[in-house]
Design a protein around this ligand. Sequence first.
Ligand code: SF4
Length: 376
Amino acid sequence: MRPSAKGWCPGAYAPMTSGDGLIVRLRPRLSRLSLHQALDICDLAERHGTGVIEVTSKANLQLRGIKRDQYKDILDSLLALGLLDETAEIESRRNIIIAPDWEQGCLSQAIAKEFYERLPELPELPAKFSFALDVGKTRRLAAISSDIRIEQSENGAVLVCADSAEKGLTVAPSNAITAAIKLAHWFANTGGNDRKRMQAHLQTQILPDEWQTQARTSHDAPIAPGRSDIGFVLGVPLGQTDSKHLRQLLLSHTPNGIRLTPWRGLIFEGIYNITTPHFIINHTDTLLTVQACPGAPSCKSATVETRNLARALAGQTNGVLHVSGCSKGCAHPKAADITLVGENGQFSLIKKGCSWDNPSRRGLSAEEILNSTDVL
Ligand code: SF4
């Protein structure tokens, strides 16, 4: 069973303490920053923190290592940039992942804007409970963790779906948010908050038939690094970059804006060719098969360094490799082909399992893993 991760998510109003200072998480509306906002964020990351910027699997942005005594300054700057919600409560409710290839005036944009206005109508929900807005022509977010999904069926109808249910409820687009809010109330009123996630709740609670009128499509097409219709997609290696590298690219290409993707990527709007050694620019890059959390010394729960080992092992294993600083498995809270978990300064090895499963080997050093041919 997964050890309890933190029961809340960091935000701008609710920074999380980590080994390298505070983590301040931003949830840009429509997962987009203007060029001006993106450049200012690079400045803020350097002025008040370590300059490390992360893109999360919820398409949020995190600034790491923010100095405690400068936290108020960063809040003031985010307010001036239009990146702060009116209240901490609204920020915590705005847990919405949007397929990043939306276009001006499209249905995704209209539904997202309505949802932002109606957030106060949601019941109290667990901190990690989220909504996926995936109504573009191509379904994008099927593999992204979320609890209530608004998506398209094969025939183009809009569906509101409980995560893991085989069918969803067909709605008129203008009723999608009303239905999603109603489904969130069903979850909360039937004890879902104790189970925390929709998928877990549906293991013990039967979803009423009224929510299951039409089959969902199994199609899924995540947006990979490289050229896309709306701009160039950069993968952020292990979800982490440096403000200097990002600023340099922003200034040399001057996109209108950048979009954050839940595959830990950035889309430079209207730019169709980028060459850089600091980001992933090709969908065949082996770094895309590796997951690693910040590890030591950034996270206090870690007893091992994770990212250098993950980079060194990229491409050396079959399938997905996950290097986790501890058994909580924040970077990849699901099964991987190979998982290396920090334990008392050394690594445990789990094959075809999660970071919290029983390891087949314990007490491995990073050198042993790198130099031995029979460990992985
Ligand atoms: S999995 Fe990594 S980031 Fe998460 S608590 Fe453990 S060491 Fe920290």
